[in-house]
Design a protein around this ligand. Structure first.
Ligand code: PMP
Length: 360
């Protein structure tokens, strides 16, 4: 079976085994004679799929029983708005740590809703780093602290979280959820658009502490209240059934791979191939992120010589490597190496980088 060397940032590579399983059941799921997207979302067969996805997340991430797992549409971007709508009240402030374009966007949406404070930022050094935990001080009236756990565009990642502040910590984990073990208890809420480590686009996973789900915000549109999803198992209206089915298969696959401990190890190995290729290139390749803040998911780099950078990207594309251009906002090169990107594809890319350097 031909599989592309896919380093896209999202939508991104899916596990081949998941696609094969989906294909096997494509026309006939659970012996119904129907495809998943032909099932009623009120049928027992779909309800089982829906429950499998919730339980799969609960198991893999060891989600405690005082957290809800919700499926919402509108992408991670809608969460930028729902968070302040649901959690900001008069005289409180949404505190944001700015570590890249996505946290800037999250802040911008919150500014439309209520009062906010950008309490720390690494913009001054071109988002190469993450603030020191000791430099993060929340405002007195903070309702929550928002971070972006992995910065997809700049290639930086939080390796420890600011948990010392005694206010709910909310993390946009769109690009590193399921990439490593985390302690859910450190967070008030986690959210992630599915299209990187979880499956196809169309569903956003929200893991939220029950205490945060307000039961008295009826002034908000129904679909923008977390309680609508929590009180109805995310089945108040029609959920994105196909995306949730594929998510359930990705979760089964992750479990079969040995769970998050094993996946974390694989991700470390994969990232090491590329970071070694950068670090051992005598300055031919320049990593964007500070070493201690490097992302295990998005490896960002430039070539010292701009002309060679264009040639590198062209040659890589000619050699079949997909998606290596940096985000359109910053240029350069980026290899996204989410869970489903096979280790041998990453190894091939590292070899390609080395041979390109040798032949230049
Ligand atoms: N946050 C992060 C960290 C992202 O990487 C992205 C998408 N690349 C988004 C938010 C926006 O996600 P969506 O397209 O699902 O709204």
């Amino acid at each position: 079976m031909k599989r592309a060397l896919n380093f896209n940032a999202g939508p991104a590579a899916m596990p081949a085994e998941v696609l094969q399983k989906a294909e096997k059941h494509w026309l006939n799921i659970a012996d119904t004679g129907m495809a998943v997207m032909e099932l009623s979302h009120r049928s027992k067969e779909y309800e089982q799929i829906h429950e499998n996805a919730i339980q799969g997340l609960r198991k893999l991430l060891s989600i405690p029983s005082d957290y809800e797992v919700l499926f919402i549409q509108g992408g991670a971007s809608l969460q930028f708005s729902m968070i302040p709508m649901n959690f900001l009240h008069e005289n409180t402030s949404g505190n944001y740590v700015l570590t890249g374009s996505w946290s800037e966007k999250a802040l911008k949406e919150a500014q439309k809703i209520g009062s906010t404070a950008p309490i720390a930022s690494t913009k001054e050094n071109s988002y190469r780093s993450i603030p020191q935990l000791s430099d993060i001080n929340t405002t007195e009236n903070a309702a929550y602290l928002h971070i972006t756990s992995n910065n997809t565009i700049y290639g930086t990642q939080w390796h420890t979280y600011p948990t010392q502040l005694h206010i709910p910590l909310i993390a946009d984990m769109s690009s590193d959820i399921l990439s490593k073990q985390i302690d859910i208890n450190q967070f008030g809420m986690i959210y992630a658009g599915a299209q990187k480590n979880l499956g196809p686009s169309g569903v956003t996973v929200v893991i939220i502490h029950k205490d945060l789900i307000s039961q008295d915000n009826d002034h908000l549109p129904t679909m923008l209240q977390y309680k609508t999803y929590a009180n109805n198992s995310s089945l108040y209206n029609t959920p994105p059934t196909l995306a949730i089915y594929l998510l359930s298969l990705v979760l089964e696959w992750a479990e079969e791979k040995g769970g998050l401990q094993a996946i974390e190890k694989m991700n470390e190995n994969k990232a090491k191939y590329l970071y070694d290729a950068i670090d051992e290139s005598d300055g031919f390749y320049l990593g964007h992120a500070e070493k201690s803040r490097r992302s295990m998911m998005n490896v960002t780099f430039n070539l010292a010589d701009k002309e060679k950078e264009a040639l590198f990207l062209q040659s890589a594309s000619d050699a079949g490597f997909i998606g290596l251009n940096g985000h359109r906002s910053i240029g350069g090169c980026r290899a996204s190496i989410y869970n489903a990107v096979p280790e041998d594809h990453v190894y091939k890319l590292a070899q390609f980088m080395k041979s390109f350097k040798r032949n230049s």
